[in-house]
Design a binder for this molecule. Structure first.
Ligand code: ME8
Length: 639
């Protein structure tokens, strides 16, 4: 039996409203937690809010309410946002709760009495003089300043001298290095681990773990004129919530015996990867197993900030894409761990392509076929269908492939594998053409195709459950399934569904969304080039042309000239609409390598979005696609 699993998010500052940056880490934690749960592990997921410190006291003062009232209100905003996103945490810790305050006092008392290996006090008092930025809640060095101001808060830091209690960080840095090198403390991805080792080599100074000048905080038991430094207060949440100093059995279960994982972004790496393990070691507590430090994202190429006013409210995204759509879109923008860009402009296109077109369409076409030909009942399996053995193998491998990615925090890859299977299954459905089997009375074959598709839908509903729990439950109920069979183990077997089970689908699982701005595709060109009609080379160079592989093709309903194509551009998949249906059938064009203009504005053609344009040669009534000469992989640039 695998160890219990304990995962945390940072606790968020309540002076900021929840935005999609906070949502990103919280959704990721929820997904990891749900995945390990369906894999049969005992799990605990903690999130919460960071409520002490000058910044928050200042915000409360601005709002003209007592600090705690301000915090209570903001905490509700976080809880509401998390509920709207179907985040299922086990506990929500507030640093103003008495259980947390008690644990922090205890933790500090233990450290106060602790000695380093060479017999020095871990905590000592000293005077500190420095430049303090209230925005950062920390002392800055001259080097940190730009034009004498804190670059993050654009204010001149205050010169401050005060008595502080210091933590002897220097005594613990070599020990942390040892734990990292021995693998006892894993810092992921490797790039972040190297960054931490680099910081250790810089011999960071000791840090002060109390503040005299801050009033909104937890007073130290050994000197009530001081409150705990916000980072000491905040980091302790990871143990206060699970019974540190209060409930030994609980603490033992979720800290000592469990695999402990902290998720965060790189902005708070130093506190988590150095201060926190050092304090734990000083207090005689085991260090966490893994720190996963993900990147920071921009939105449509811009840094997200309050000042720029471009922070996206997760509630707005939920209103547009639902909780599941939002979770899916946020997690599939770029690989988890790296920095990336969230392409909000493409959300609708991606939603329609991956969810409405691929996944939603698979469910609806299979259920419709079963309705029309099998009395709404899951038919009998039938193995003798070309390509079925390979498809079955791929489906049976999905649970382990995706779970292995999850264990390595590779969220995007785990999700992509499931979507890939959906696409392959759609192609299988097209290739088998069950509607022709029905016409020809090949009932066994028809049943075999539909049974296989149902099984794959079921398997996908398990693997994608951690990402889209509500929609996957909806899909499962279409197949007459409830949560009792929602385990990863069941995703490893192919023949689970009982023939004869009724299927029913009322509404589309992922109704297509209308793009906000409809772009007229006719005559959009504004390339008013020079008077002789010749293009400057820089004008031509604006067009980005790439090789694409056609994954799937179908006729656009009610438009006999148009084909809707799903194409692979190497790094992404897209949908385009092309007026080639009179010259190429869906079967002919599927699998072809074509050339596509990739940087056109999205367009809507006969109600279907198109994200690109293919190249074709036309003469008279003849049309032929422009194709690369020889083997060229999808994504290859045309220059
Ligand atoms: O730092 N990209 O809280 P905080 C990715 N209270 N993640 C982002 C992001 C972005 N653009 N913006 C925010 C604090 N995040 C402390 C933590 S923990 C003991 C105390 C996420 O409200 C990411 O997880 O500033 C980041 O680490 C966190 O929000 C910072 O949240």
């Amino acid at each position: 039996m695998a160890k219990a699993f304990y995962i945390t998010t940072p606790i968020y500052y309540v002076n900021d409203r929840p935005h999609i940056g906070h949502a990103y880490t919280t959704i990721a934690a929820d997904v990891f937690n749900r995945f390990h749960t369906i894999a049969g592990r005992d799990t605990f997921f903690l999130t919460g809010t960071d409520e002490h410190g000058t910044k928050i006291a200042e915000s409360a003062e601005k709002a003209r309410v007592p600090e705690i009232e301000f915090c209570d209100k903001m905490v509700e905003e976080y809880k509401t946002a998390w509920q709207a996103l179907s985040i299922e945490y086990n506990d929500f810790i507030r640093t103003t709760s008495s259980r947390h305050e008690k644990a922090v006092v205890k933790f500090l008392d233990v450290m106060r009495n602790a000695k380093t290996a060479d017999g020095q006090d871990v905590i000592y008092s000293d005077y500190y003089e420095g430049l303090y930025c209230n925005g950062c809640e920390k002392f800055l060095t001259e080097r940190d300043l730009v034009d004498g101001k804190c670059p993050d808060h654009n204010r001149v830091p205050e010169k401050v001298k005060e008595k502080n209690y210091f933590f002897r960080l220097s005594a613990f840095l070599p020990l942390i290095k040892e734990k990292i090198e021995s693998g006892e403390l894993r810092i992921l991805p490797d790039e972040r681990c190297r960054e931490v080792l680099g910081l250790i080599n810089q011999d960071l100074p000791d840090f002060s773990l109390s503040r005299e000048r801050v009033k909104w905080g937890i007073p130290l038991s050994f000197d009530t004129s001081q409150v705990a430094y916000v980072w000491v207060d905040a980091l302790s949440n990871y143990i206060s919530a699970i019974g540190y100093g209060d409930n030994e059995a609980m603490f033992d279960k979720w800290w000592n015996q469990a695999e402990v994982v902290h998720l965060m972004a790189k902005d708070i790496l130093k506190f988590h990867c150095l201060y926190w393990p050092a304090m734990l070691m000083a207090a005689g507590v085991k260090v966490p197993d893994t720190m996963f430090v993900h990147g920071f994202f921009t939105v449509d190429g811009q840094k997200m900030s309050k000042t720029l006013g471009n922070q996206i409210d997760p509630n707005e995204m939920v209103a547009e894409f639902g909780p599941d759509g939002t979770r899916y879109l946020l997690l599939t923008q770029y690989p988890f761990g790296t920095d990336g860009d969230v392409q909000a402009k493409r959300f609708i296109v991606q939603y329609n392509s991956d969810l409405a077109n691929d996944l939603g369409n698979l469910v609806s076409r299979v259920v419709k076929m079963i309705g029309a030909n099998c009395n709404n009942e899951i038919p009998e399996p039938f193995a003798e269908i070309p390509g079925l053995t390979e498809l079955k193998q791929q489906a049976e491998a999905l649970a382990d492939t995706s779970y292995n990615h999850i264990k390595k925090f590779e969220l995007l890859q785990a999700i992509s594998k499931a979507i890939e299977l959906v696409r392959v299954t759609n192609k299988f459905f097209n290739d088998q053409a069950p509607w022709i089997m029905a016409k020809e009375g090949k009932t066994k074959e028809l049943g075999g195709v539909l049974y296989a598709c149902c099984e794959i839908i079921r398997i996908v509903s398990i693997v994608l459950f951690p990402i889209m729990p509500n929609k996957m439950r909806e899909i499962r109920s279409v197949l007459g399934l409830d949560d009792s069979s929602l385990t990863l183990e069941n995703a490893r077997t192919f023949s689970f569904l009982k023939p004869g089970t009724k299927v029913a689908l009322k509404d589309a699982i992922f109704p297509r969304l209308k793009p906000k701005k409809q772009v007229d595709t006719k005559e959009t060109s504004s390339a008013k080039s020079s008077n002789d009609g010749l293009l400057d080379i820089s004008e031509f160079a604006k067009a980005q042309l790439k090789v694409a592989k056609v994954l799937q093709a179908e006729q656009v309903e009610g438009a006999d000239k148009l084909l809707k194509l799903q194409i692979d551009l190497g790094t992404e998949k897209r949908q385009i609409v092309a007026g080639v249906a009179r010259f190429y059938s869906p079967e002919q064009i599927t699998g072809m390598s074509i050339i596509v203009v990739t940087n056109l504005k999205p367009a809507v053609i006969r109600g279907v979005e198109s994200n690109g344009m293919l190249l074709a040669a036309k003469k008279g009534k003849n049309l032929r696609l422009v194709v690369p000469d020889g083997d060229m992989p999808p994504g290859a640039k045309i220059s």
